[in-house]
Design a binder for this molecule. Structure first.
Ligand code: GUN
Ligand code: FE
Length: 456
């Protein structure tokens, strides 16, 4: 048999079939083409299975998982501030507005220094890959050069990076030491950033993408928001921002625009099926309908929401309305670079929303019924939901999807999962992996058919 495939992987894989259901591919052969796409999945009972196995095993193009190892789709971090990695784990006890002024803007302003930016960004991208994150939708800073450097580092390290140069042009809302020089400069820098990254993408296998990125409405003038909507349309780019995150931010927009965040962003041409809005905790029913109609996705950042959002995203309700949802770390509003940690928090927060949290209230009045999400749903958000949000063939292990994969080893000596029952169902096993695995359990990570992380 001639070698029709660039690579063949043998093993058991978990992937979402729907938000609620997981599929298990037991001991299958995953056959990739040169582009890193899954061309064919062969089950053991398939007539070609033995032939392909015989022809590839023992060659350089073949990789078989050992006992206790499993394929999971690589995670998609749908909202992360790359510069804030430098302050991750600090200042978790101050509200959003003060946190921006006293910690975050001073830190982000330092990314005019490219040597500093390189140090932080390289460390972050390597850390994310080691945590199973194969795609990242990043906010960088207002600096065009450093933002481009982040895209270059993603390109070099083999991560699929979607990167935004942040726009903050409002002279009243932003400090003089950290804002765009003018609205015109913000738009011109964004346009040349888009062109540079689109060119860079052609040199990569996995793709890197420019993202139009108004930080949030309070940072931006109406003229900048409108201009950014036009640029996104002209270059058919992704768009990201923060939307209805907290009481303070949500109320600020109502006062200034006499409108919700969602309607205001829509008026400026910033909602489309390539838009991803972080948080969206305080959407009205009309706002939620606009998300669904325009195909705008929500980046759900459950750890960050505990600290900054004054509420819990009603994720189950929004999923039922047909809104795309993915998971984000929101480094450093959220402290953890791991989407495993965010999967866990998404489930926990949804349970607290459903049950309520004030024990002085009677049980029937305490919570919001039907709010819980399952581990399967949180897994879906971290993988297939993120892929769907970006309209890319990622986040699922099935034919015509990209081979973006993490190999989980449940027997890693320093982080062995408690498995004492040989008869455990595959779904229970996945739940153990989701709730209990540590970064040490991630043995290898692949993006677009290329190995980008290997634990030694
Ligand atoms: N709103 C505007 N900027 C930010 C930020 O950096 N983090 C969070 N969580 N919310 C924001
Ligand atoms: Fe954020």
């Amino acid at each position: 048999m001639d070698h029709a495939y660039a690579k063949v992987f043998r093993g058991t894989a978990f992937t979402s079939r729907s938000p609620q259901e997981v599929s298990v591919w037991e001991d299958c052969l995953f056959c990739l083409d040169e582009e890193g796409l899954i061309r064919r999945i062969l089950k053991p009972q398939d007539p070609d299975y033995a032939k392909v196995l015989e022809s590839y095993s023992g060659t350089d193009s073949f990789l078989a998982l050992a006992e206790g190892q499993y394929f999971l789709p690589g995670f998609i971090d749908l909202h992360i501030h790359a510069p804030q990695w430098a302050q991750a784990g600090t200042a978790m006890d101050i509200p959003l507005h003060d946190w921006l002024d006293t910690y975050t803007f001073p830190l982000e302003s330092k990314f005019s220094d490219l040597a500093f930016a390189r140090k932080v960004y390289e460390n972050l991208v390597v850390t994310l890959l080691a945590n199973g994150t194969t795609t990242g939708l990043y906010f960088a800073t207002i600096h065009k050069e450093a933002s481009y450097l982040l895209a270059q580092i993603c390109a070099e390290k083999g991560q699929r990076g979607l990167v935004g140069k942040v726009v903050m042009d409002d002279r009243e809302q932003n400090p003089a030491y950290y804002r765009d020089e003018s609205t015109e400069a913000a738009l011109a820098d964004t346009e040349s950033f888009i062109q540079l990254v689109q060119k860079l993408s052609k040199t990569t296998k996995q793709g890197v993408y420019p993202v139009v990125t108004p930080r949030f409405i309070p940072s931006c003038t109406d003229a900048a928001l409108k201009g950014l909507g036009e640029l996104a349309k002209k270059y058919d780019t992704y768009i990201q921002s923060h939307c209805s995150e907290s009481d303070w931010e949500h109320n600020y927009v109502h006062e200034r625009m006499h409108n919700s965040d969602t309607s205001a962003l829509h008026e400026k041409g910033l909602l489309s099926d390539k838009s991803v809005m972080a948080h969206a905790v305080f959407l009205s029913d009309e706002d939620a309908d606009l998300f669904a109609e325009t195909g705008t996705a929500i980046a759900h950042c459950p750890i960050s929401n505990v600290f900054f959002s004054n509420g819990v995203l009603p994720a189950a309700r929004f999923t039922a309305l047909g809104i795309d949802i993915g998971l984000g770390t929101d480094i450093s509003g959220g402290f953890s670079p791991s989407l495993f940690d965010n999967i866990r928090q998404a489930v926990i927060s949804s349970r607290m929303l459903e049950e309520g949290v004030d024990p002085s209230l009677p049980a029937a009045e305490r919570g919001l019924p039907h709010s819980r999400i399952s581990a399967n749903e949180a897994f879906y958000y971290a993988t297939a939901g993120g892929g769907q949000s970006l309209s890319l063939p990622i986040g699922r292990l099935q034919e015509n999807y990209v081979w973006d994969v993490q190999v989980i080893d449940v027997n890693t000596p320093t982080a062995k999962l408690p498995l004492f029952d040989d008869g455990i169902s595959k779904e229970d096993l996945l739940h153990k992996i989701l709730y209990l695995s540590r970064p040490e359990n991630i043995r290898e990570v692949w993006v677009q058919g290329v190995c980008v992380h290997k634990r030694t």
